[in-house]
Design a protein around this ligand. Structure first.
Ligand code: SF4
Length: 293
């Protein structure tokens, strides 16, 4: 016993201070691929190697529309390797969670040369590359909201709707001493009846559709739904097929999307804190309605 106490004192506090401080990310971590559309001379090699169809092309006679969907991206980095002009670079950015699915999609329109390479960039549309709000504020607000509005811990029920368990490994890490999600007053629960938030992983296999719906219906209102990872957002590498529905929002209304394959624990935390904000808004509006009645 004395040895354990001695070791604990010697180890000190290991819990990361994210989001109050920037996350410590390893050099080799692969995050969001960044696209320099001005510099990009040919999107075809990247689109050909992209395993999930996150980069798609629509060619007309003299123009090309390139679409990049971070909701499908598994951060594999193959597009960067295939782009000899260095227009695609893998970054270490991971805070991509958003309440708006459209914010995960970028599009660019090019005029084409006769050989199919890009002659000129005509138009770029993107709302991505930024978070809905800065994470430091999210963390502070989440603590305030949980304390002020719920007056108890916020409870999360997780459902694996057909994932490979990669996302589950990262979700489990949220409870370890390093990420320690309970410091926000957030805990995972076994029963949906006790839950305020539903965290869903996997492309939603057809076998899991009913179980997912039943879990959602068993939760009391107000509640929020978080779709985790490329599979949860869009079906990821599986897409929609005979066995998979292709994303959580095919079955349930999703409040927050967390890209990644799998999203690292800090990315999950970022998405969960964003969802706490959604829940707080819902609780606030419910209170206003009850006061009027
Ligand atoms: S990093 Fe994303 S966009 Fe690039 S090839 Fe891999 S899945 Fe496709």
């Amino acid at each position: 016993m004395f040895n354990i106490i001695q070791k604990t004192i010697k180890t000190g506090i290991v819990t990361a201070r994210y989001p109050d401080e920037a996350a410590k990310i390893s050099e080799n971590f692969r995050g969001r691929p960044a696209f320099d559309f001005e510099k990009w001379k040919d999107a075809r090699p990247a689109a050909e190697v992209c395993p999930t169809g996150a980069i798609s092309l629509r060619d007309k006679s003299d123009s090309r529309r390139v679409t990049v969907d971070y909701g499908l991206c598994v951060f594999c980095g193959l597009c960067a390797d295939a782009s000899s002009d260095q227009a695609v670079q893998i970054t270490r950015e991971f805070e991509l969670a958003t309440m708006d699915r459209h914010k995960l999609v970028l599009t660019a329109e090019y005029a084409l040369n006769a050989d199919g390479t890009h002659q000129q960039l005509r138009e770029v549309q993107f709302q991505s590359g930024h978070t809905d709000t800065d994470v430091e504020t999210l963390g502070r607000k989440a603590r305030e909201n949980i304390h002020k509005l719920l007056r108890r811990s916020l409870a999360i029920r997780e459902v694996d709707a057909g994932s490979c368990n990669g996302c589950e490994l990262e979700i489990v890490a949220l409870n370890n001493p390093i990420h320690d999600i309970e410091r926000f007053g957030i805990q995972f629960v076994a029963s949906p009846r006790h839950a305020d938030m539903l965290l869903v992983t996997g492309p939603v296999s057809r076998n899991m559709e009913l179980a997912l719906l039943k879990t959602y219906r068993a939760m009391a209102d107000p509640k929020v739904v978080v779709a985790v990872g490329a599979c949860g957002i869009s079906g990821g590498i599986f897409g929609a097929n005979y066995a998979s529905l292709g994303g959580v929002d095919k079955v349930l209304p999703v409040d927050v999307y967390v890209p990644g394959c799998p999203p690292r624990p800090q990315a999950l935390l970022h998405g969960i804190l964003l969802a706490v904000g959604c829940l707080a808004q819902r609780l606030d509006s419910d209170t206003a309605v009850n006061q009027k009645a």
